[in-house]
Design a protein around this ligand. Structure first.
Ligand code: COA
Length: 325
């Protein structure tokens, strides 16, 4: 388990933004085209509605622009763009190249794909770039899962949706925001959740559910141990927004009550790379969807899981617009 070297240059989130397509698909809408019901979907997943539409580049540009405006940084000041996505617009080039151009950035840009754990992977990568001398990194998590969902398959169509969340992370002269992190993957489980190139998502929902709880808890405990904190110190947990029952089971095992959990999936469905930033920045914005509010100094635990099967977590000290380098 890597610990963060005491002398490493740290990072702080100085701006954030989110984007959701305007088209809303409710559970009732789905029940018109497949054998399901609003009641079943709410009870088994916690999802009420989801947003569908747009390309990965379009949503990324929208959230990225908002994050840069909030941070007060111009496109030419960004040193690197990291785009987490499992639904790139093209096979080649990486969608980050398209986004880099549309945002007018003058820096390196690359995609990372760690499925629904991707934003947390990106968070760690961004802090690594800062430790190596980058001053300002734009991290975006975007997925347009609706494009790889079989809309006749009630096993998956009820879950997946589109969205984006972005953060400007800047080098800081003050204490770093990232206190502990953990990245994990188990490729032996890849058949549980996959899409062939050009194909749709296939999923063994029951087995994914079972493993998700275990790997989220494992990863979260590692990050907390590295950060030197325990569950009682965590003011807010921001889990991957896949299923309320998964979140509730994981929080239960971690000893973190649901009142300290940010969930937005009732409004968003599972948006993969966008899921954690949507729930995190909702709380940072005072909780219009989650009803949770982040306060200066709060300890936040972000924890994701996804295809691969990946898991990733991090403990952050929320210092909002902390000191820039
Ligand atoms: N609407 C109505 N009924 C449905 C249904 C739907 N959309 N999907 C399944 N059912 C039925 C089943 O046929 C079954 O009926 P039966 O009891 O008569 O056989 C019953 O509901 C229970 O099905 P089951 O598959 O056991 O449901 P579940 O409680 O496991 O819930 C998931 C299914 C997919 C919601 C759940 O397994 C899950 O969320 N898994 C994790 C998926 C995930 O998070 N993936 C993304 C990872 S990043």
């Amino acid at each position: 388990m890597p610990t963060i070297p005491a002398h490493a240059i740290g990072g702080v989130i100085t701006g954030w933004g989110t984007a959701l397509p305007s088209k809303i698909v409710t559970n009732d809408d789905l029940s018109k085209t497949m054998e399901t019901s609003d009641e079943w979907i709410r009870e088994r997943t916690g999802i009420h509605r989801r947003h569908i539409g747009g390309s990965t580049a379009e949503l990324s540009v929208e959230s990225g622009r908002i994050a840069m405006a909030m941070a007060g940084v111009s496109p030419d000041q960004i040193d690197a763009l990291v785009l987490s996505t499992t639904t790139p617009d093209r096979q080649v080039p990486a969608t980050s190249a398209t986004v880099q151009n549309l945002l007018g950035l003058k820096c390196g840009a690359f995609d990372i794909n760690a499925a629904c754990s991707g934003f947390v992977y990106g968070l760690v990568v961004a802090h690594g770039l800062i430790a190596m001398g980058s001053k300002k990194v734009l991290l975006i998590g975007t997925d347009t899962l609706s494009r790889i969902t079989d809309w006749t398959d009630r096993n998956t169509a009820i879950l997946f949706a589109d969205g984006s969340g972005a953060a400007v992370i800047e080098a800081t002269t003050g204490p770093t925001q990232l206190l502990g992190w953990d990245l994990d993957a188990d490729g032996s489980a890849e058949e549980l959740l996959y899409a062939e190139i050009g194909g749709n998502i296939h999923m063994d929902g029951k087995e994914v559910f079972r493993r998700a709880v275990r790997i989220m808890v494992d990863s979260a405990q590692k990050s907390m141990q590295i950060a030197g904190v325990t569950a009682k110190d965590i003011a807010l947990i921001v889990p991957h927004q896949a299923n309320t029952r998964i979140i509730s089971a994981a929080c239960d095992r971690l000893g973190i009550p649901m009142e300290r959990t940010s969930t937005v999936l009732h409004e968003t469905g599972n948006t993969s790379s966008a899921s954690i930033p949507l729930a995190l920045f909702d709380a940072a914005d005072g909780g219009p969807m989650s009803g949770r509010t982040l306060h200066e100094g709060d300890l936040v635990l972000v924890v994701g899981f996804g295809a691969g099967m990946t898991a990733a977590s991090a403990v952050l000290r929320w210092n909002g617009k902390g000191l820039r380098a």
